[in-house]
Design a protein around this ligand. Structure first.
Ligand code: BEZ
Ligand code: FE
Length: 364
């Protein structure tokens, strides 16, 4: 529900006594949750001076866990310190209370470990926001403008775009840092599952007059030990020569420049397509307002998206780029990595390129 709607709901006079009562309870419950969350955020902020989760934060969490596990409210001993007698802590139980209640409230919908993780990560996010406000002395008009802008991002459905442009690249780095195989990068918002299946060699669906330089891409899908991955698939999608994606721009056939290559025992593939063009992310909405206000540009370099999968192996999501693109170094989505830049060669009719994929076995 949009914030304006919540506001109207809370502010409107009671129309029927029963509904009014229920609404009163909901409002009270909401206020309690907001109160607990605010206190918890402030406490974590206060105790986590500096960045990250401090040792004091960790000790506080241990104390709260012990309380939730049954240690008496009046027993302030921390038995994990200096065992077996333990150390009497000087910290007030009043500070444990909102944290314990927040974790218990979270447990109604989430297991304990997940509730703690939600509380911890959300607290760190809030701490980052609080620090930026203090560091840059953010004013009330700026706060109100940011609030109005966030409401607009939601109302215009641009959260997926915002997150994929400015957040996903770090999530991807963290998710894949253990890998030894091919580098990956972000998926972005334009993937559509279920594209037409092609064999291990063939052309992606395209219009008879599809413009752009023809590209023939050959390669192999192997495991990190070098064995060919029979049964691998490569799902491929990319923009056309005008920088437009089928199913997101009008007037383009449904599966244009989207296909799923099914790979055989030798792991080899041969993909026929056309080179995509660089494009700007949409600039007519809230993300565009942000880009204009910050004085940034909206360009992504030309790229081909892939999702490579094989039985028993981790899914690889990647994008392949072209050398010399002026936005390889300042991609608005921060997704370009040197390992993902292709090396195409001129051919009689267009270009050819060789690029292999190495997948990591699923970790046991
Ligand atoms: C893309 O790769 O298509 C993309 C990624 C992030 C935001 C917008 C588009
Ligand atoms: Fe893209």
């Amino acid at each position: 529900m949009a914030l304006t709607a919540i506001h109207t709901d809370l502010a409107s006079p009671k129309k029927c006594p029963d509904k009014g009562n229920a609404r009163g309870m909901e409002t009270a419950a909401l206020l309690v949750v907001v109160w607990l969350a605010t206190i918890a955020a402030h406490l974590f902020t206060a105790f986590g001076a500096g960045s990250g989760f401090s040792t004091d934060d960790a000790m506080r969490l241990v104390e709260v866990r012990d309380l939730l596990a049954g240690q008496s409210w009046f027993d302030l001993t921390q038995y994990r310190l200096d065992p077996p007698v333990g150390v009497v802590m000087h910290w007030s139980r009043l500070i444990d209370l909102p944290l314990a209640l927040l974790i218990r409230a979270g447990e109604v919908v989430l297991p304990t470990a997940m509730a703690e993780r939600v509380a911890t990560v959300v607290t760190a996010v809030l701490r980052g926001i609080h620090e930026a406000i203090s560091e840059y002395q953010v004013t009330y008009p700026e706060y109100q403008a940011a609030k109005a802008w966030m409401i607009e991002v939601g109302e215009t459905g641009e959260w997926p775009l915002f997150l994929d442009v400015w957040v996903e690249h770090v999530v991807e780095e963290v998710a894949t840092e253990h890998r030894h195989g091919s580098k990956g990068t972000i998926e972005g918002p334009y993937y559509v599952p279920g594209s037409p299946t092609i064999g291990s060699a063939g052309s992606v669906p395209m219009r008879p007059n599809e413009s752009g330089t023809p590209l023939v891409w050959t390669g192999r899908v192997t495991s990190t030990d070098g064995t060919a991955l029979d049964g691998a698939t490569i799902e491929l999608w990319h923009a056309d020569n005008d920088g437009l994606y089928s199913q997101f721009a009008p007037g383009i056939p449904e599966w244009n420049l989207r296909g799923t290559f099914a790979i055989g025992a030798d792991g080899r593939f041969e993909i026929h397509t056309v080179r995509p063009a660089p494009y700007q992310i949409p600039t007519d909405g809230a993300c565009g307002q942000l880009i204009a206000a910050a004085g940034w540009h909206a360009w992504r370099p030309a790229h081909i998206h892939v999702k490579v999968s094989a039985p028993g192996h981790e899914l690889l999501t990647a994008q392949l780029y072209f050398p010399g693109d002026e936005h390889n170094d300042d991609d608005i989505a921060s997704a370009v990595k040197p390992e993902l830049v292709l090396d195409p060669k001129a051919a009689a009719d267009g270009q050819t390129v060789a690029y292999d994929f190495v997948l990591d076995p699923v970790r046991s």
